[in-house]
Design a protein around this ligand. Sequence first.
Ligand code: HEC
Length: 166
Amino acid sequence: MAKKIFYIILALFALMQLFQPERNLSSENFKAELANFYEIPDTVETLLNNACYDCHSNNTDYPWFINVQPIGWYMQNKIDRGKNKLNFSNFGELNTKDAIDVLEDIQEAMKKNTMPLASYKWYNKEADLTIEQRDAIAEWALMLSKQISSDSTAALNKDAVLDTLN
Ligand code: HEC
């Protein structure tokens, strides 16, 4: 009996592997990419790259175990939901109000240490940000939101960027 159950579980596990989640991968350069529109210090960009872009951009750097279901499903679900809330790859498309809202959310997430998700920090140690690193992200977000709210055309030569990339 126990043997039978074991084989059934094994078969289910094997079956699960046939259903791979759709990956969030793109090698494109996005013209609405945050850095094309707004000034971002290298240090902050590196932090976002190490700790946020896997779930908040159009390109995820996947670990090998994305191939193992149901772990991959769980992970892809987080990525899809995260990207739905905030996508740095099309940040330039946000209107003034939405951009400011998102920047406020980022500050709050950094203060409360709710991002990146705890489960992500288990396997990506670089994403386990120190308080100084979180402060750096929050300060940049505050500065940028002030800049955008005082001048809605603050976007770094927005038109020029769009012209060259179109
Ligand atoms: C492993 C995936 C993952 C990583 C990495 C990640 N996030 Fe998120 N993020 C999510 C998910 C999922 C949500 C949506 C939460 C929800 O729907 O409740 C989210 C939501 C957000 C939101 C919207 C407001 C909120 O708190 O729900 C902000 C802002 C945010 N993330 C910022 C960041 C920043 C900044 C980083 C990097 C320091 C980061 N995230 C890293 C998955 C991630």
